[in-house]
Design a protein around this ligand. Sequence first.
Ligand SMILES: Nc1ncnc2c1ncn2[C@@H]1O[C@H](COP(=O)(O)OP(=O)(O)OP(=O)(O)O)[C@@H](O)[C@H]1O
Length: 525
Amino acid sequence: MMESCLNTKAERRDQVVVEDLRRDLVSEFATLTYPQLSSADEQEHLKVYLRIRPFSAAESHNGESQDCVTIEPPDTALLKPPKLSLSARHSSDKSLPQTGQRFQFSQVYGPETPQRDFFQGTVKDLVRDVLEGGNSLVFTYGVTNAGKTFTFLGPDADAGILPRTLDVIFSSIGEQVFNGTSIKPQRCREFTRLNAEQQAEEAAFKIRFFRQFKENERSNASLQNSTNKSLFEGTSMMDTSEQRINLEVDTNTKFSVWVSFCEIYNENIHDLLEAAPSGAMKRMNLRLSQDIKGNSFVKDLRWVQVNTAEEAYKVLKLGKKNQSFSETRLNFLSSRSHSIFSIRILRIEDIGTPRVHTVSELCLCDLAGSERCAKTQNKGERLKEAGNINMSLLILGKCLNALRHNQQAKPPQHVPFRESKLTHYLQSFFCGRGKACMIVNINQCASMYDETLNVLKFSAVAQKVVVLSSRLPPIAPKRSGCEVSIIINTADRDRPGNRRSSLIGWDSSLEDVQEDEDDEEKIRA
Ligand SMILES: Nc1ncnc2c1ncn2[C@@H]1O[C@H](COP(=O)(O)OP(=O)(O)OP(=O)(O)O)[C@@H](O)[C@H]1O
C-alpha cells in the first residue's frame, strides 16, 4: 500500500481539531451514506440485456435447433420447451411450462447482432458516465458455453465490450491523457501522490510487465496448440472504429487512466497481473477490504497506469493469460473463475500542482458460467471449481432476491452479500456506489432448455431490482476524503491557517479499513 506523506500517526493525531473533524464527517456522511438518499441520488432498475448466441455448425448438425427461443422485439424473449426435452416428456408435472414463457428485458439481442451494435446498445452509455465521473458495474451471467466471454472479450477480429470500452475511452480523451506519474488511485474513491522513488517503482513494474508481453508474442508464434493460440494471439489493439464521446472539458482538464485485473477462483482472489508462480508454488491470495463508506476493494491489488488503448489492451491480454481456464465437456475453453477488469479514471485539473476532481470506476466482470455437473461430467478439480462457481452465483441470486424483497415489503430481509467473495465485492454497486448492468447470455440449444429456463427466471428477478446510484459531486475543495490525499501530500501543507488538521483526521480514519477476518484466518492456515 502507498505510504501517506505524514510520517507518524502521532504526528497526525496531534493536529486534529475535533470540531473541524466533526463538521467534515457530518457533511461527508450526509451525502454518502445510503440508505438516506439525497436529492442527488438516482434510482433505476438494474438494466438487464439478453444476448442469444448463434448455433455452432455442430449444434445445428446434432438437431439442437428446435425453436426453443423466439424474440419478440425489442425486449421480450419467449422460451418454449423442445419436444424431446425432459421437461416436456414429464407432462404430468404441471409446474413445468408446456406452452412457453415470456421474459422481459431492457433489450433483447438476437444471434445475428454484431458486437458493435451490442456494445452501443448496452455499455457505451456507461463509458460516457465513467468519463463524466460516475461509477458503473457490468457483469455477464449465463450457463457455461452461452457466449459470455465472446461478448465480454471477443476474438481479436471481432472485439467484445471490453476492448471497445478501452477504445472509446482513449479516443474520447484524445490528447487530454494525463502523462504525469505522480498521482495514483487508492482504495475506492481516493488517490495518493507518489514520491520520486514510488514513481520509479511504478515505471520499473510497467517495463517488466510489458517485457512479458514481448516474450509471449515470441512464444505464441511457436505455439502448436490451437486452444492457447486462439486465446493469446492478437497482440495489437484492433480497430473497433467506435465513435468517440464528446467531452465538454477545457484544455487544462486531463484524464489519468488506471486498470487492474483480478479473478475470484475457488473463493480466493488472485491478481492476474502477477505472473502465475511455477511448480508447486501457490498464487498469493488477496483480501477484500472496505473503506469506511462501505465500498469494497481488493487490498494490494496492482493498478497500472495506461496511456493508450493499446497499453490497456496488453494488460488485458496478459491478465487473461494468467486466468484459470480449462477444457470442459461443454466448452473447450471454459473460464473457471470470475474475472474482474476495472478501469479507474482520475479527472485532473492540470495547472501548477495537479488537482484531482473526480475518481470514477467502470468495473467489468466476466462471471464463470453455472453448470450442471451431470452434464459436464466434471471430476476432481473441475468439480470443485464448478461447486464454487455455482455457489457464488447462487448467492448472487439470493442477494438480488433479497434486494428485490426489501424494495417491496417489510420487514427487510438480510442481504447475504458477505456469503461469497463475488457478492461481497459487488455489494457497493448495488447499494449506491453507481449504476449496474447485467448481460445475460443464453444459447438456444434444445439440450440446454432447463438451464436456460433457470437463467431467464433469475434474470426476471434481477430486472426488477432497483439500483441506487449516488451521483457524487466533484471533489469539493478541502472537504472530501479524496481531497485529503492532496492536502496531506502537498508541499505547502505546513502553511499556517489552513484547515488541514481536520482533514488529516479524516484520512487517518480511512486508514482504518476493515479486513475480512475469515480471509486472514484462511491465509494463516
Ligand atoms: N455472438 C456469438 N457469435 C458467434 N459465436 C459465438 C457468439 N457467442 C458465443 N460464440 C461462440 O460460442 C462458444 C462459447 O462461447 P464462450 O466461450 O464465450 O462461452 P462462455 O459463456 O464464456 O463459457 P464459459 O462460462 O464456460 O467460459 C465459443 O466458441 C464462442 O466463440
